[in-house]
Write a protein that binds this ligand. Structure first.
Ligand code: FUB
Length: 310
């Protein structure tokens, strides 16, 4: 299991991961080897010593009418007694879109909508609930296809990367509609700035956004955390508004064994935790990842103490 999104629903902690398996697809820079086809849900009432319940398969590509291949990182939100799972999946033209599936309970099963969300693209949706509104953050470069879009339109020229000294390709944020099934507005770029207020540049591989958005709130600040991809760091930036801008602060997790690094941050029973994955149990096989959890600690000034991945 990989890419854990974690939420506390009804006093219990639920983990929504991707489900890796040995599908035999050759490894490449587009991530074709992450060829997942279903999701399980896990839950526990004691992160450190408790049993983990596996709720079984809760969504399968065979039940999604528009499915092509590659069910990547999902996230789940709760509204008015229903649970909404947001998942990226390639359609039958090999384009990543974001779908929604609905359940009556946090552990599923989730029933997919017949079409992907209108205007959706790229990967790794994560949801922030804030003052009765729901915001989706999404995007990922390379295999996540974000470099193929500008102003929410597919680029006719295909993939376009900025020059190394230009602002990096930004993740996106969008408010969800009241029924949770569509975007309520056009997605906006999420600006990640350095401490001088200048955008992080495309050539700044140790700080620029790659994939794996997560947003949590601590002491009235919004923490936008993400993976730097080819430099294998989880880092974070903070802001005063769900739309950003966010100012880069530092590294949460140094590289783990494996290529990808992906996470979520949640508070449960008075402690904060970082959930992530590595490839230790598979001896470094990059497409067979396993979940990990570690306590996350803040300094007095709200900065996060860096955790060593190895
Ligand atoms: O699990 C497939 C992809 O790998 C995720 O969507 C990315 O964030 C990376 O972890």
């Amino acid at each position: 299991m990989a890419d854990p999104s974690v939420h506390v629903f009804n006093g219990r902690l639920y983990i929504y991961p991707s489900h890796d398996w040995e599908s035999g697809v050759q490894e490449n820079d587009s991530g074709d080897h992450f060829n997942m086809k279903d999701y399980h849900v896990f839950s526990t009432d004691d992160v450190e010593n408790g049993e983990i319940t596996d709720h079984g398969v809760v969504l399968d590509t065979k039940d999604i009418p528009w499915a092509g291949r590659q069910l990547w990182d999902n996230d789940v939100a709760h509204k008015n007694g229903k649970y909404y799972m947001y998942y990226p999946l390639k359609d039958q033209n090999d384009i990543f879109r974001i779908g929604v599936a609905i359940a009556d309970r946090p552990e599923g099963p989730f029933k997919p909508q017949p079409e992907p969300m209108r205007g959706s693209y790229s990967i790794d949706p994560c949801i922030l609930e804030e003052k009765g509104e729901y915001y989706m953050y999404f995007g990922g470069i390379w295999g996540g296809q974000l470099q193929r879009y500008k102003n929410n339109k597919a680029l006719e020229a295909g993939a376009t990367y900025p020059a190394d000294n230009e602002p990096a390709i930004p993740p996106r944020v969008v408010k969800l509609s009241d029924d949770m099934l569509q975007f309520a507005e056009a997605p906006k770029p999420v600006l990640i700035l350095d401490k001088d207020g200048k955008p992080i540049t495309q050539g700044d591989n140790e700080r620029r956004f790659f994939e794996a958005s997560w947003v949590h709130k601590y002491n009235d600040k919004y923490y936008f955390s993400y993976s730097t991809g080819d430099t294998h760091l989880l880092c974070y930036a903070t802001g005063d508004n769900p739309y950003g801008p966010f100012t880069y602060q530092g590294v949460i997790l140094t590289p783990v064994i494996g290529w990808t690094t992906h996470h979520s941050i949640a508070e449960f029973k008075g402690k904060w935790y970082l959930f992530h994955h590595d490839c230790v149990p598979s001896n470094g096989v990059t497409w067979l990842r396993s979940l990990k959890v570690v306590e996350l600690k803040y300094n007095q000034d709200g900065s996060i103490q860096t955790i060593q991945g190895q």
